[in-house]
Unconditional design. Structure first.
Length: 159
């Protein structure tokens, strides 16, 4: 299975794409990296992102327009990564989205908002898209950084 991962996270300078082939050997998932690349944002897009970040008083229309624009950009980034690293086709795309708000109270994450409408990615790629990973992590009691806890387990062990 060829998978493309997209992230821009809390930075707003680029979208990073990484492609990998995943296969199951017995009960072990084996990952073979295929390539990675950063796609820089232009000044206008960076300004549009800043315009919706707190404490900006952006309206819902501004947020919706940026959500669609980022989704279209993520779709193009995914397509470029598929062409460059996967022979033009990915079986799955995973998109973290662009973080524009992270709600934390008393050291606990309660919500988050990621922009980059995944429907644009799915329409462009013709592949399933997994998205909103940060919200899922928060709903499960995490801090909205689902890979950080996995990295900690791999690095430090479970105990």
């Amino acid at each position: 299975m060829k998978v493309i991962g997209l992230t821009s996270g809390t930075s707003f300078d680029a979208t990073e794409a990484a492609a990998a082939e995943l296969r199951l050997e017995d009960e072990t998932v084996v990952l073979r990296p295929l390539g990675a690349r950063a796609f820089d944002y232009d000044a206008g897009l960076r300004e549009a992102i800043v315009s919706v970040l707190p404490p900006a008083a952006a309206g819902v229309g501004d947020v919706a327009r940026l959500d669609a624009r980022l989704g279209q950009i993520f779709a193009e980034v995914a397509a470029g990564a598929a062409d460059e690293f996967c022979g033009g086709r990915a079986d799955l795309v995973v998109s973290h989205g662009q973080t524009v708000f992270h709600w934390v109270e008393k050291y606990r994450a309660l919500g988050t908002l990621q922009l980059g409408q995944p429907a644009w990615i799915s329409a462009r790629m013709g592949s399933p898209v997994v998205s909103d990973l940060r919200s899922r992590d928060i709903a499960a009691g995490g801090q909205g950084a689902p890979l950080a806890s996995l990295f900690d387990v791999l690095l430090l062990g479970e105990g």
